[in-house]
Design a protein around this ligand. Structure first.
Ligand SMILES: NC(=O)c1ccc[n+]([C@@H]2O[C@H](COP(=O)([O-])OP(=O)(O)OC[C@H]3O[C@@H](n4cnc5c(N)ncnc54)[C@H](O)[C@@H]3O)[C@@H](O)[C@H]2O)c1
Length: 317
């Protein structure tokens, strides 16, 4: 790696802490920025466990809604991996103003601070939520449609993409790359709380003999992507040639798994005696199917998923 100084926003979160861990293993200098609203100090401690000699880490406990904090965090940074966000889809329906403040105002603060500090590349987490209920599958990057969005969370991610594309055009020195993640899973993902993601929640339930709840009839499907694939996508995006600037890329496995299939994979692995799952009505804002085309990421970033769903689940244990 020839970059030396990185900023990871959301470093105490699930994905951010895996990015931090990989950078520490590679002996890099990293600034982590997080307000610990949905992340944990223990995630940072775990990520620092594999620190190689020469690696350094500075933690700023602060809020991306504060421009002064963003300016301090971006000082002397070469690459920003922006992952801090208000991440809950149902939560965004309950509090769209908070979602906007963190995900749009906060995003613009980090983007502008990066531009002013002379950052070379600004990589940011977008989401498969930008496809909303677009019926065309597999989703290709050009298919995202504002009219199909299902939540304020999805809207803020779509707005991020507009800002990043515009900033890349206006300021040639700042190269922005968006990564649209599809259902990421892995260690350190919080299984608790009403908005927890499905894989950690179900593993937790199966390990504790608790019932597993499926929203809908279980035929809805997701493209589950192990977090180590996401880390690799960020590193590839940091070093890909300049024609990626202003673009967005799906980051997924390019495979669909129904929730019923997922339940059977997890049941076989964690509790073969588990009772059948409980079905409840769909939640507002949930997408029926998500399934990515990863051709664009393959061709521009040389991305390929290293872990399948099953291999990712094995690697977590
Ligand atoms: N996990 C997924 O499946 C998935 C899918 C699509 C997109 N994403 C995106 O990836 C990014 C990381 O998600 P995650 O799953 O690791 O979630 P996470 O909640 O574990 O991480 C988000 C981090 O951002 C921090 N944060 C929130 N508001 C902040 C603020 N105002 N200032 C500073 N820090 C703040 C939180 O404390 C947390 O540590 C997010 O942008 C999310 O939208 C995740």
């Amino acid at each position: 790696m020839n970059e030396k100084r990185w900023l990871v926003t959301g470093a105490a979160g699930f994905i951010g802490s895996h990015l931090l861990e990989a950078l520490m293993e590679a002996g890099q200098d990293v600034v982590g920025l997080d307000n610990l609203s949905s992340g944990y100090a223990r995630n940072i401690e775990a990520a620092l466990g594999k620190r190689a000699s020469g690696a350094s880490f500075e933690f700023i406990e602060g809020d991306i809604r504060d421009i002064a904090v963003c300016e301090r965090a971006c000082r002397n940074v070469n690459v920003v991996l922006h992952h801090a966000a208000y991440v809950s889809v149902p939560g965004s329906l309950a509090d769209p103003a908070l979602t906007h403040a963190v995900n749009v105002d906060g995003f613009v603060n980090v983007l502008q601070a990066a531009k002013n500090a002379g950052v070379r590349r600004f990589i940011y987490a977008s989401s498969s939520a930008v496809y909303g209920n677009c019926a065309k599958l597999p989703s290709r990057e050009e298919d995202a449609a504002l009219a199909k969005l299902l939540s304020p969370y999805a809207l803020t991610k779509a707005v991020n993409e507009l800002y990043a594309a515009a900033w890349s055009g206006i300021y040639a020195s700042l190269q922005c790359v968006g990564l649209r993640y599809f259902n990421v899973f892995g260690a350190r993902q919080d299984p608790n709380g009403p908005y927890a993601a499905v894989i950690p929640r179900w593993i937790d339930a199966l390990k504790n003999g608790a019932p597993v709840t499926i929203y809908g009839d279980g035929t809805s499907s997701r493209d589950f992507c192990y977090v180590k694939n996401v880390v690799s996508a960020n590193m590839l995006a940091a070093y890909a040639s300049g024609d990626v600037s202003g673009q967005v890329f799906n980051i997924a496995c390019g495979e669909k798994t129904t929730l019923n299939e997922l339940f059977s994979v997890l049941k076989n692995r964690f509790d073969k005696q588990a009772k059948e799952c409980v079905y409840e009505p769909f939640r507002a804002g949930d997408i029926a199917h998500s399934f990515a085309s990863i051709e664009r990421a393959r061709s521009y970033l040389n991305y390929k998923p290293i872990y399948s769903l099953e291999n990712g689940i094995k690697d977590m244990e």
